[in-house]
Design a protein around this ligand. Structure first.
Ligand code: AMP
Length: 293
């Protein structure tokens, strides 16, 4: 199957208006291209749940805090259109930067608190750029449902909060993280890893597993969990930890005690490549050892 490519938002709007008039529902998977199995899972979910699946491919300049990162971001539209079609998407919307930003952008979306901390502390303006482009894409496509990966958990939380606070009529659907067999979360940035870096990259997943196990066994002190996960990462001299935090999955702020579901979220540099990953962790039943039942 092949997907139809649109580069112009007016033409896309016209097409989707026709689709909606026929009573069909629309699903959107927003991406920055260089599509891989992780994106494929978003398309699969959209395919299952909606009639017309749109994949957007746009490397959004206003969310990059480092110009060299924007410049070296992988781009291959032909392959992305093929991938999307093979996976069952109907439409690829790949606007140019001029199409999305014909004039200097003056209106932005700031999702307070949720955007602060974690990646927000290290990438100034990043989530403002993300929330703004996601709102623009939602307004252009007007999907019934939009699909976001849990891999980028803070992004997901920012978008969910934007949708609630601004009364948008779209359902945000989280999609589980797709991983390599050794646990490394799939990412377009993995291509930049050198051979040695690629070999050690699963250390991030292993650190998250250690945290998950401690939390499941009833450890309620986040500092203890953080210390154990950091100890795993510190064994690897190639890895430089940017952050590793235990946060509330809603507002993404550090918790003082682990009493319910939390996200353990981390960013690690391997050479010049920044990897992020996270895991939703649930405390197990409270320790009953020694208690008279
Ligand atoms: P990106 O193209 O990296 O901006 O990602 C576009 C969407 O795909 C975002 O919602 C990501 O969270 C999601 N995504 C990227 N990698 C993965 C993955 N390994 N598993 C699940 N979703 C992913």
């Amino acid at each position: 199957m092949s997907a139809q490519l649109f580069r112009n938002s007016g033409e896309l709007r016209e097409m989707l208006a026709r689709v909606r008039r026929m009573g069909a529902s629309v699903g959107l998977a927003p991406t920055m291209g260089a599509l891989h199995e992780g994106h494929g899972r978003l398309i699969d979910a959209a395919r299952r749940e909606t009639d017309c699946v749109v994949v957007s491919v746009f490397v959004n300049p206003i969310q990059f805090d480092r110009p060299e990162d924007l410049e070296r971001y992988p781009r291959n539209l032909d392959a992305d259109v093929r991938f999307s079609g093979d996976r069952g998407a109907d439409i690829v919307f790949a606007p140019t930067p001029d199409e999305m930003y014909p004039e200097p952008q003056r209106a932005f979306v700031d999702v307070e608190r949720v955007s602060e901390g974690l990646c927000g502390s290290f990438r100034p303006g990043h989530f403002r750029g993300v929330a703004t482009v996601v709102l623009k894409l939602l307004n252009i496509v007007q999907p019934d449902r939009a699909y976001f990966g849990e891999k980028d958990a803070q992004q997901l939380a920012v978008v969910q909060r934007m949708v609630r606070d601004l009364n948008l009529s779209v359902e945000i659907v989280p999609v589980a993280t797709a991983r390599e067999s050794d646990g490394l979360a799939l990412s377009s940035r993995n291509k930049h890893l050198g051979i040695e870096e690629r070999k050690v990259a699963p250390i991030l997943f292993q650190a998250l597993l250690v945290a998950q196990k401690l939390i499941a066994s009833g450890t309620a002190n986040p500092a203890e969990v953080q210390g154990a996960a950091l100890a795993v990462l510190e064994q690897q001299p190639l890895a430089r930890v940017e952050y590793l935090e235990i946060v509330d999955p809603g507002d993404m702020q550090p918790v003082e005690r682990i009493a319910g579901p939390v996200r353990v979220a981390a960013a690690v540099w391997l050479g010049s490549t920044r990897l992020i990953d996270n895991m939703l962790c649930e405390p197990g039943p409270p320790e009953t050892a020694g208690l008279i039942q």
